[in-house]
Design a protein around this ligand. Sequence first.
Ligand SMILES: CC(=O)N[C@H]1[C@@H](OP(=O)(O)OP(=O)(O)OC[C@H]2O[C@@H](n3ccc(=O)[nH]c3=O)[C@H](O)[C@@H]2O)O[C@H](CO)[C@@H](O)[C@@H]1O[C@H](C)C(=O)N[C@@H](C)C(=O)N[C@H](CCC(=O)O)C(=O)O
Ligand SMILES: Nc1ncnc2c1ncn2[C@@H]1O[C@H](COP(=O)(O)OP(=O)(O)OP(=O)(O)O)[C@@H](O)[C@H]1O
Length: 485
Amino acid sequence: MRLNSAAIATVLSTEVPVEGDFTAVTNASNQVQPGGVFVAIKGFTSDGAKYAPDAICRGARLVVAQEPIDGVPTAVVPDARVALAQLACAFAGDPSHELTVYGVTGTNGKTTSSYVLHGILSAAYGEDATGLLTTAEIVVGRHREPAVRTTGEAPVVQGNLRRMLDGGAKHVVLETSSHGLALHRVLGTRYAAALFTNLTRDHLDFHPDMEDYYRTKRRLFERTDGPKLVNADDEYGRRIAGEVDGTLTYGASADADYRISDVRLEGAGTAFTLKTPAGQSLSFRTPLLGDYNVHNVAGASALLLEMGMDADTLVAAAQTIPQVPGRFERVPAAADRGFEVIVDYAHTDDALRALLEVAREVTSTRGDDARLIVVYGAAGERDPAKRAPMGTVASRLGDINIITTDDAYSEDPQAIADEVMSGADSSNTAVVLERREAIRQALDEARPGDVVVVAGKGHERVQHLPTGDIDFHDPTVVTELLADR
Ligand SMILES: CC(=O)N[C@H]1[C@@H](OP(=O)(O)OP(=O)(O)OC[C@H]2O[C@@H](n3ccc(=O)[nH]c3=O)[C@H](O)[C@@H]2O)O[C@H](CO)[C@@H](O)[C@@H]1O[C@H](C)C(=O)N[C@@H](C)C(=O)N[C@H](CCC(=O)O)C(=O)O
Ligand SMILES: Nc1ncnc2c1ncn2[C@@H]1O[C@H](COP(=O)(O)OP(=O)(O)OP(=O)(O)O)[C@@H](O)[C@H]1O
């Protein structure tokens, strides 16, 4: 919707030096629309003010910045990121206030839990009534498109919420990263419900310490009026429950409000019982595998029960949760060879441990000689402290392990691999830097019965290397290599 200068002045509580109507807002100079507002953010690597003249050339009629910019009509604000969010909400007409928005946060399991919530909501209320914003995809009703960020900049978040509302959505799941909370990308969004999975070491290149990381995640719960569910089996989940009024817990702990028990592999999925605070025992069957996925399904289910979903509808819907892209994704072409290939997004030591424990369990059901073969690596420019622990986890749980390159960005892949190797056991680990070659060697090694896990990139379609970006999608590469054999 259009906003006039008076409306912008009110939203920002500042003077606006240009009259008339404005069409849209952005912080990216190359996305400016004619008649738009450009918000100049002082970033970590660059200063948006540098791009203000370019934004004006592209049709912006007003720049919002923390200091006046010479020769450019500027509205001055104390915090440009806050201003960006305020304007994004105003231009989109505050869509979150007309939607039921479910926020999901945590270190691991956000995307999966978001898909679980979305899958159950879609089964219960119809696909057209739902929307999903995650790391893997943006889903608007029946339309799916790849996502760029977990939590995009405020105009992206608000623009998508508006699109969903206009398309008939009522329930939207918004995966909410700590970057999103810290950098005000979701400021002004009304959350009707919030879910916390867990907190383990990650993103310490961005947060000064775990306490800051924790407090940032906690903000989601402080600003949610409706139901709030946290993982009782995670120390930080318990902290939120103790510190934010009205927060309930789920988990296997004896004192969890929603208590998980009787977890067992059943057919190609998992069965478990969820005991509710009202004393009901609900028997769940889900196609997802592993204890951590039981937590993801239990957390989402507890939240939906608190939101008033009928228990029978919920339990039936949980049986039909669709495959989450790149999370324990089985590559069908491998079945013909008698072994399994699983692609997964695990890229922290904790996620890798959780993944490989399930993969180990699956391997053990495939016979005494079945082996677990693991291809994995650590990303560059991201929290290097997790590299050696990833090596340790893989060596402990995998039979044959190949360290390869993940997204190295500008870092030297060999140096990253050396750091991972420093935590690994060299008797069961090799380094093969080229990712396609590493996967090829793992497939060559695989015998009938074995399980091959390719971890780290999941749904992603590009590999970021110091030499530039290349197209790379693990499920496609596995399928191509199997076809070549
Ligand atoms: C730390 C971080 O999140 N940085 C993001 C942030 O950077 P920044 O605000 O410091 O911006 P900057 O690059 O210094 O540029 C300053 C300003 O100039 C603008 N600019 C810049 C160049 C230009 O030509 N024109 C222009 O207008 C930029 O849009 C920006 O507003 O804003 C940029 C523009 O939107 C993002 O590209 C950048 O993402 C970086 C590359 C990134 O990798 N972010 C990751 C870590 C991230 O956000 N991850 C989280 C969590 C993932 C998870 O665990 O699930 C996520 O939510 O995705
Ligand atoms: N609840 C969980 N606890 C621990 N590990 C999990 C959990 N759920 C999923 N995982 C593992 O972590 C990987 C990433 O899961 P998912 O994409 O759901 O998390 P995420 O929080 O969205 O990650 P990111 O922040 O990197 O986008 C999965 O592929 C799986 O191996």
